[in-house]
Design a protein around this ligand. Sequence first.
Ligand code: MG
Length: 296
Amino acid sequence: MKMDRRTLLLSGVAAGAAIALDAPGVSAAARKTKAVQKISSQEGIIPGKDLPEKLAKMEKWGFDGFEVGGGGLADRVDEIKKAVANSPLKLSAICAGFQGALASDDEQERKKCVRTMKEILSAAGELGSTGLIYVPAFNGQTKLNHVDARKVIVDQLPDLADYAQKAGTRLLLEPLNRGETWLIRQCADAAAICRDVNHPACCCMGDMYHMYIEEPNDLGAFISARDYIHHVHLASIKRNLPHQDNRDFRNGFAGLKLIGYQDFMSLECGVIGDREVEIPKTVKFLRKQWAEAEVA
Ligand code: MG
Protein backbone atom coordinates (compact mmCIF):
# COMPACT_ATOMS: atom_id res chain seq x y z
CA MET A 1 0.00 0.00 0.00
CA LYS A 2 1.30 3.38 -0.95
CA MET A 3 1.74 5.43 2.22
CA ASP A 4 0.90 9.06 1.66
CA ARG A 5 1.28 11.61 4.41
CA ARG A 6 -2.37 11.38 5.43
CA THR A 7 -2.32 7.56 5.67
CA LEU A 8 0.88 7.73 7.65
CA LEU A 9 -0.58 10.27 10.07
CA LEU A 10 -3.79 8.31 10.49
CA SER A 11 -1.93 5.06 11.12
CA GLY A 12 0.17 6.93 13.67
CA VAL A 13 -2.99 8.19 15.38
CA ALA A 14 -4.44 4.69 15.39
CA ALA A 15 -1.25 3.27 16.88
CA GLY A 16 -1.23 6.03 19.51
CA ALA A 17 -4.82 5.28 20.45
CA ALA A 18 -4.05 1.57 20.66
CA ILE A 19 -1.18 2.30 23.00
CA ALA A 20 -3.39 4.47 25.21
CA LEU A 21 -6.31 2.09 25.30
CA ASP A 22 -4.33 -1.11 25.53
CA ALA A 23 -2.61 0.89 28.22
CA PRO A 24 0.62 -0.87 29.05
CA GLY A 25 1.16 2.17 31.28
CA VAL A 26 -1.98 1.45 33.27
CA SER A 27 -1.11 -0.87 36.09
CA ALA A 28 -2.79 -4.25 36.29
CA ALA A 29 -4.08 -3.28 39.74
CA ALA A 30 -5.73 -0.14 38.37
CA ARG A 31 -7.35 -2.05 35.51
CA LYS A 32 -8.79 -4.60 37.94
CA THR A 33 -10.32 -1.91 40.13
CA LYS A 34 -13.65 -0.72 38.78
CA ALA A 35 -13.72 3.06 38.77
CA VAL A 36 -16.40 4.90 40.70
CA GLN A 37 -18.02 8.25 40.03
CA LYS A 38 -18.37 10.24 43.23
CA ILE A 39 -19.72 13.72 42.52
CA SER A 40 -18.82 16.55 44.88
CA SER A 41 -19.13 20.33 44.84
CA GLN A 42 -17.41 23.22 46.48
CA GLU A 43 -19.78 24.37 49.19
CA GLY A 44 -19.93 27.98 47.90
CA ILE A 45 -21.73 26.87 44.73
CA ILE A 46 -24.62 25.27 46.64
CA PRO A 47 -27.47 27.49 47.84
CA GLY A 48 -28.40 27.34 51.51
CA LYS A 49 -28.02 29.31 54.74
CA ASP A 50 -25.54 26.93 56.35
CA LEU A 51 -23.66 23.66 55.73
CA PRO A 52 -26.46 21.31 56.98
CA GLU A 53 -28.96 23.00 54.64
CA LYS A 54 -26.52 22.75 51.71
CA LEU A 55 -25.77 19.07 52.41
CA ALA A 56 -29.49 18.28 52.59
CA LYS A 57 -29.98 19.80 49.12
CA MET A 58 -26.92 17.99 47.77
CA GLU A 59 -28.20 14.66 49.09
CA LYS A 60 -31.54 15.27 47.37
CA TRP A 61 -29.77 16.17 44.12
CA GLY A 62 -27.59 13.03 44.13
CA PHE A 63 -24.20 14.32 45.24
CA ASP A 64 -21.73 12.09 47.09
CA GLY A 65 -19.41 14.64 48.66
CA PHE A 66 -18.54 18.28 49.24
CA GLU A 67 -15.37 20.36 49.15
CA VAL A 68 -14.53 23.26 51.43
CA GLY A 69 -11.91 26.01 51.43
CA GLY A 70 -8.90 25.63 53.70
CA GLY A 71 -9.01 29.17 55.13
CA GLY A 72 -10.07 28.98 58.81
CA LEU A 73 -10.58 25.20 58.56
CA ALA A 74 -9.24 24.57 62.09
CA ASP A 75 -12.12 26.68 63.44
CA ARG A 76 -14.68 24.71 61.42
CA VAL A 77 -13.75 21.16 62.48
CA ASP A 78 -16.66 20.77 64.93
CA GLU A 79 -19.17 22.36 62.54
CA ILE A 80 -18.11 20.09 59.65
CA LYS A 81 -17.97 16.93 61.81
CA LYS A 82 -21.50 17.59 63.05
CA ALA A 83 -22.82 18.24 59.53
CA VAL A 84 -21.19 15.06 58.18
CA ALA A 85 -22.56 12.97 61.05
CA ASN A 86 -26.08 13.90 59.90
CA SER A 87 -25.52 13.34 56.18
CA PRO A 88 -24.50 10.49 53.86
CA LEU A 89 -22.16 12.91 52.07
CA LYS A 90 -18.43 12.77 52.71
CA LEU A 91 -15.89 15.58 52.80
CA SER A 92 -13.81 15.40 49.61
CA ALA A 93 -10.81 17.72 49.20
CA ILE A 94 -9.84 20.95 50.93
CA CYS A 95 -9.16 23.80 48.51
CA ALA A 96 -6.06 25.86 49.39
CA GLY A 97 -6.56 28.59 52.03
CA PHE A 98 -2.93 28.82 53.14
CA GLN A 99 -0.63 31.86 52.89
CA GLY A 100 2.57 32.46 50.94
CA ALA A 101 3.74 30.24 48.08
CA LEU A 102 5.72 27.01 48.14
CA ALA A 103 7.73 28.06 45.07
CA SER A 104 8.32 31.66 46.16
CA ASP A 105 11.79 33.15 45.70
CA ASP A 106 11.40 34.61 49.22
CA GLU A 107 12.31 32.11 51.95
CA GLN A 108 9.96 33.77 54.45
CA GLU A 109 7.04 33.33 52.04
CA ARG A 110 7.96 29.65 51.62
CA LYS A 111 8.17 29.14 55.38
CA LYS A 112 4.83 30.88 55.89
CA CYS A 113 3.34 28.60 53.25
CA VAL A 114 4.64 25.41 54.88
CA ARG A 115 3.48 26.54 58.35
CA THR A 116 -0.03 27.47 57.22
CA MET A 117 -0.37 24.39 55.01
CA LYS A 118 0.44 22.22 58.04
CA GLU A 119 -2.29 23.93 60.09
CA ILE A 120 -4.81 23.07 57.38
CA LEU A 121 -3.43 19.52 56.92
CA SER A 122 -4.02 18.78 60.63
CA ALA A 123 -7.68 19.80 60.35
CA ALA A 124 -8.03 18.05 56.95
CA GLY A 125 -6.75 14.80 58.45
CA GLU A 126 -9.07 15.06 61.44
CA LEU A 127 -11.98 15.47 59.04
CA GLY A 128 -10.93 12.53 56.85
CA SER A 129 -10.40 14.68 53.76
CA THR A 130 -8.96 13.29 50.51
CA GLY A 131 -6.24 15.94 50.56
CA LEU A 132 -5.24 19.59 50.52
CA ILE A 133 -5.21 21.19 47.07
CA TYR A 134 -2.26 23.52 46.47
CA VAL A 135 -0.74 25.51 43.64
CA PRO A 136 3.01 26.04 44.19
CA ALA A 137 2.94 29.56 42.70
CA PHE A 138 0.39 31.59 40.80
CA ASN A 139 1.70 34.01 38.17
CA GLY A 140 3.52 36.83 39.98
CA GLN A 141 4.24 34.79 43.13
CA THR A 142 7.82 33.80 42.27
CA LYS A 143 10.83 35.27 40.53
CA LEU A 144 12.54 31.85 40.31
CA ASN A 145 13.02 30.28 36.91
CA HIS A 146 11.43 26.93 36.10
CA VAL A 147 14.44 24.80 37.10
CA ASP A 148 14.98 26.56 40.43
CA ALA A 149 11.25 26.70 41.25
CA ARG A 150 10.92 22.99 40.61
CA LYS A 151 13.90 22.23 42.87
CA VAL A 152 12.47 24.38 45.67
CA ILE A 153 9.13 22.53 45.42
CA VAL A 154 10.68 19.05 45.37
CA ASP A 155 12.98 19.94 48.30
CA GLN A 156 10.07 21.00 50.53
CA LEU A 157 7.57 18.26 49.67
CA PRO A 158 9.01 15.31 51.64
CA ASP A 159 8.56 17.13 54.97
CA LEU A 160 5.06 18.35 54.03
CA ALA A 161 4.08 14.90 52.73
CA ASP A 162 5.28 13.27 55.97
CA TYR A 163 3.16 15.75 57.89
CA ALA A 164 0.13 15.08 55.68
CA GLN A 165 0.51 11.31 56.00
CA LYS A 166 0.76 11.46 59.79
CA ALA A 167 -2.32 13.70 59.85
CA GLY A 168 -4.16 11.10 57.73
CA THR A 169 -4.50 13.02 54.49
CA ARG A 170 -2.55 13.98 51.33
CA LEU A 171 -1.11 16.83 49.32
CA LEU A 172 -2.84 17.43 45.99
CA LEU A 173 -0.79 19.46 43.51
CA GLU A 174 -3.10 21.23 41.07
CA PRO A 175 -1.91 22.19 37.57
CA LEU A 176 -3.55 25.38 36.24
CA ASN A 177 -3.74 27.01 32.83
CA ARG A 178 -1.07 29.46 31.72
CA GLY A 179 -3.27 32.47 32.47
CA GLU A 180 -3.01 31.60 36.18
CA THR A 181 0.41 29.92 36.45
CA TRP A 182 3.30 29.41 34.07
CA LEU A 183 4.89 26.86 36.39
CA ILE A 184 2.94 23.54 36.43
CA ARG A 185 0.21 23.32 33.80
CA GLN A 186 -0.24 19.66 32.92
CA CYS A 187 -1.17 16.54 34.87
CA ALA A 188 1.97 14.76 33.63
CA ASP A 189 4.15 17.57 34.98
CA ALA A 190 2.46 17.42 38.41
CA ALA A 191 2.82 13.63 38.35
CA ALA A 192 6.53 13.93 37.50
CA ILE A 193 7.03 16.00 40.65
CA CYS A 194 5.14 13.37 42.69
CA ARG A 195 7.27 10.64 41.11
CA ASP A 196 10.48 12.46 42.00
CA VAL A 197 9.36 13.01 45.62
CA ASN A 198 8.18 9.37 45.81
CA HIS A 199 6.04 9.69 48.93
CA PRO A 200 2.57 8.11 49.27
CA ALA A 201 1.05 11.39 50.49
CA CYS A 202 2.54 13.44 47.64
CA CYS A 203 -0.22 13.34 45.03
CA CYS A 204 -1.91 15.51 42.42
CA MET A 205 -5.24 16.25 40.76
CA GLY A 206 -6.71 17.26 37.42
CA ASP A 207 -9.02 20.23 36.84
CA MET A 208 -10.95 19.67 33.64
CA TYR A 209 -11.41 23.42 33.11
CA HIS A 210 -7.64 23.97 33.02
CA MET A 211 -7.15 20.67 31.19
CA TYR A 212 -9.34 21.89 28.31
CA ILE A 213 -6.82 24.71 27.79
CA GLU A 214 -3.56 22.88 28.48
CA GLU A 215 -3.94 19.17 27.68
CA PRO A 216 -4.01 17.75 24.16
CA ASN A 217 -6.13 14.83 25.40
CA ASP A 218 -8.06 14.36 28.67
CA LEU A 219 -7.77 10.56 28.60
CA GLY A 220 -4.04 10.71 28.00
CA ALA A 221 -3.60 13.30 30.76
CA PHE A 222 -5.32 11.13 33.38
CA ILE A 223 -3.36 8.06 32.29
CA SER A 224 -0.11 10.01 32.47
CA ALA A 225 -0.80 10.86 36.13
CA ARG A 226 -2.57 7.60 36.97
CA ASP A 227 -0.54 6.68 40.06
CA TYR A 228 -0.96 10.08 41.71
CA ILE A 229 -4.41 11.44 40.77
CA HIS A 230 -6.68 11.69 43.82
CA HIS A 231 -9.08 14.52 42.97
CA VAL A 232 -10.73 16.12 39.94
CA HIS A 233 -12.32 19.55 39.45
CA LEU A 234 -15.11 20.04 36.96
CA ALA A 235 -16.27 23.11 35.04
CA SER A 236 -17.39 23.89 31.51
CA ILE A 237 -15.22 25.57 28.85
CA LYS A 238 -16.27 28.99 30.16
CA ARG A 239 -15.96 27.80 33.77
CA ASN A 240 -19.65 27.42 34.49
CA LEU A 241 -21.62 24.30 35.45
CA PRO A 242 -20.45 21.34 33.32
CA HIS A 243 -23.67 21.15 31.25
CA GLN A 244 -23.80 24.90 30.49
CA ASP A 245 -21.70 24.84 27.29
CA ASN A 246 -20.24 22.28 24.91
CA ARG A 247 -17.56 20.75 27.13
CA ASP A 248 -17.55 16.98 26.64
CA PHE A 249 -16.24 15.05 29.65
CA ARG A 250 -16.52 11.55 28.22
CA ASN A 251 -12.92 11.23 27.01
CA GLY A 252 -11.62 12.29 30.45
CA PHE A 253 -14.08 10.01 32.20
CA ALA A 254 -12.89 7.12 30.01
CA GLY A 255 -9.38 7.89 31.26
CA LEU A 256 -10.60 7.81 34.87
CA LYS A 257 -12.31 4.48 34.20
CA LEU A 258 -9.09 3.09 32.71
CA ILE A 259 -7.06 3.99 35.79
CA GLY A 260 -9.69 2.62 38.19
CA TYR A 261 -10.27 6.06 39.74
CA GLN A 262 -11.72 5.90 43.29
CA ASP A 263 -11.82 9.54 44.44
CA PHE A 264 -14.15 12.52 44.01
CA MET A 265 -14.87 14.84 41.09
CA SER A 266 -15.91 18.23 42.40
CA LEU A 267 -17.65 21.24 40.88
CA GLU A 268 -15.52 24.39 40.88
CA CYS A 269 -17.38 26.82 38.67
CA GLY A 270 -19.84 29.65 38.22
CA VAL A 271 -23.55 29.12 37.63
CA ILE A 272 -25.69 30.67 34.92
CA GLY A 273 -29.32 30.89 36.05
CA ASP A 274 -31.20 29.50 39.03
CA ARG A 275 -28.96 27.25 41.13
CA GLU A 276 -31.92 25.21 42.39
CA VAL A 277 -32.72 24.29 38.77
CA GLU A 278 -29.30 24.20 37.13
CA ILE A 279 -27.25 22.24 39.69
CA PRO A 280 -29.50 19.13 39.64
CA LYS A 281 -29.26 19.23 35.81
CA THR A 282 -25.49 19.08 36.10
CA VAL A 283 -25.57 15.98 38.32
CA LYS A 284 -27.79 14.19 35.76
CA PHE A 285 -25.52 15.35 32.91
CA LEU A 286 -22.39 14.08 34.67
CA ARG A 287 -23.97 10.68 35.44
CA LYS A 288 -24.95 10.35 31.76
CA GLN A 289 -21.48 11.37 30.52
CA TRP A 290 -19.90 8.82 32.88
CA ALA A 291 -22.23 6.08 31.64
CA GLU A 292 -21.37 6.99 28.03
CA ALA A 293 -17.61 7.15 28.60
CA GLU A 294 -16.29 4.21 26.67
CA VAL A 295 -13.28 2.17 27.59
CA ALA A 296 -12.10 0.08 24.67
MG1 MG B 1 -9.38 23.84 40.28
